[in-house]
Design a protein around this ligand. Structure first.
Ligand code: UDX
Length: 438
């Protein structure tokens, strides 16, 4: 299949390279010349394990190229919209500017039998409105929705070996058959390998994506809410998570208590979902997501308060070491990062904050001039009055408490991700505190 991806950000670039790696001819289109040049040279514009190898192999095999010239799309059959849908600056809803621009840029170059597919996370109703946009421009091309579920850090794996493939198909039978034929060919090898296929209408496919992310966010906030109760009672949230997770109706994943979720998806998706429910007149249906968001924000502020108390009630003149800036390990993404939120808040209250992150140091340096950046955990902790572990990188999980004790000013550790062994750290002379554990 000849596939073009519109938008070569995180989603589009990984998708383009992954689809080329399973034998398709892929063209990645983007308006950003530098990004296109980098990708054509086999350079990843972001940190993602395994991506650069897949990219380089596909380029070498001659099945992948990137361009800013949308007229090349005329030679391709499936056009996959992979642009971002960020949160609006002044509201909770999703900004569809890039989705509309992608469709508009494509319209003049659509071959008659080409199919338009959407992969971006969008508010329910978007696919239907894009189909209208095509019709208004005199285009009869089939349009289908095909949401993605990739996690940063596992993006290639999740694209090539997804848990499920979802089709959101148009009502018109002939158009639906055309879209399905193209999708079946694109995902042929995955479907043959037994990947479950779930099909519904546009609204269903759009809602599958936001429902999945809202459920994951709810699971995290649920265990974090239980952590709050644990802190008031002396119970241990990690033991509770282990025990309830053994019930296979609940399952053990996404029950790690800590400083909550961040990133480019979960926070914005639950807010956009709530905003859309409001527009549809069913605000109360998703009222619980407001609480999910609140619990999530409370945990960040809780760490700030824990640190202030540990420092004797004020941050002024204190040196605070922050281990982690990315919203999760194996990523350089700092969007909505709880770690950076905490670091910035503490810095704003008068502390000297030194951050270190194995992948996001350059980003922190460029975007947060008020935060100092150190090479590694030992450099960050040198002379610090307190150390906060906020992103659970392996490097931090494996820190030597004895060695760190030698460089730190005051040996106080707040483990915001519950990943260190309390006994080992206390034995090495640390005052150790974590989230929802005695
Ligand atoms: C998420 C979804 O997992 C993915 O399916 C969707 O397509 C995009 O959004 P991602 O944003 O890459 O993926 O991150 P994920 O691994 O889901 O983690 C999200 C956040 O939740 C991170 O900040 C992580 O630290 C936090 N988290 C996760 C917890 O606090 N506790 C957990 O138990 C799990």
């Amino acid at each position: 299949m000849r596939i073009s991806t519109i938008g070569c950000g995180y989603l589009g670039a990984v998708y383009a390279a992954s689809m080329a790696s399973i034998g398709h001819e892929v063209l990645g289109l983007d308006v950003d010349q530098k990004k296109v040049d980098d990708l054509n040279r086999g350079i990843a514009p972001f940190h993602e394990p395994g991506f650069e190898k897949v990219l380089q192999d596909a380029l070498e095999a001659g099945r992948l190229r990137f361009s800013t010239d949308y007229s090349h799309a005329a030679d391709y059959t499936a056009h996959v919209i992979c642009v971002g849908t960020p949160q609006l600056i002044d509201a909770a809803g999703a900004d569809l500017t890039y989705v509309h621009a992608a469709v508009d840029a494509l319209i003049p170059h659509l071959a008659e039998d080409a199919v338009v597919l959407g992969r971006s996370t969008v508010p329910v109703g978007t696919a239907a409105s894009l189909r209208e946009r095509l019709r208004a421009a005199g285009r009869e091309n089939a349009l289908a929705w095909n949401p993605e579920f990739l996690r940063e850090g596992f993006a290639v794996e999740d694209t090539l070996r997804p848990d499920r493939i979802v089709y959101g198909l148009p009502e018109d039978p002939a158009e639906s058959a055309r879209a399905r034929a193209v999708l079946d060919e694109m995902y042929g090898t995955m479907l043959e390998n037994g990947t479950p296929l779930v099909a519904g209408n546009y609204a269903t496919a759009e809602l599958v994506k936001v429902s999945a992310n809202s459920f994951l966010a709810t699971k995290i906030s649920f265990i974090n809410a239980v952590a709050e109760v644990c802190e008031a009672t002396g119970a241990d949230v990690s033991v509770i998570a282990e025990a309830i997770g053994l019930d296979d109706r609940i399952g053990p994943k996404f029950l790690r208590a800590g400083i909550g979720f961040g990133g480019g998806c979960l926070p914005k998706d639950i807010r956009a979902f709530m905003a859309r429910a409001g527009e549809l007149g069913v605000t109360e249906a998703l009222g619980f997501l407001r609480e999910v968001d609140h619990v999530n924000n409370r945990r960040r502020d809780h760490v700030v308060n824990m640190a202030r108390q540990a420092l004797g009630g004020a941050f002024t003149g204190k040196r605070v070491a922050v281990l982690g800036a990315a919203f999760k390990p194996d990523s350089d993404d700092t969007r909505q990062s709880p770690a950076l939120y905490i670091a910035s808040k503490i810095s704003g209250r008068g502390a000297d904050v030194v951050v270190t992150d194995p992948a996001a140091n350059a980003r922190v340096h460029a975007e947060r001039p008020n935060l100092a950046v150190a090479e590694d955990a030992y450099a960050a902790a040198a002379g610090a009055d307190i150390v906060l572990l906020l992103t659970e990188w392996t490097q931090f999980k494996e820190l030597d408490p004895v060695r760190l004790r030698e460089v730190v000013g005051t040996p106080t550790m707040i483990d915001g991700r519950n990943v260190l062994d309390p006994a080992a750290w206390r034995e090495a002379g640390w005052t150790y505190r974590s989230m929802g554990r005695p």
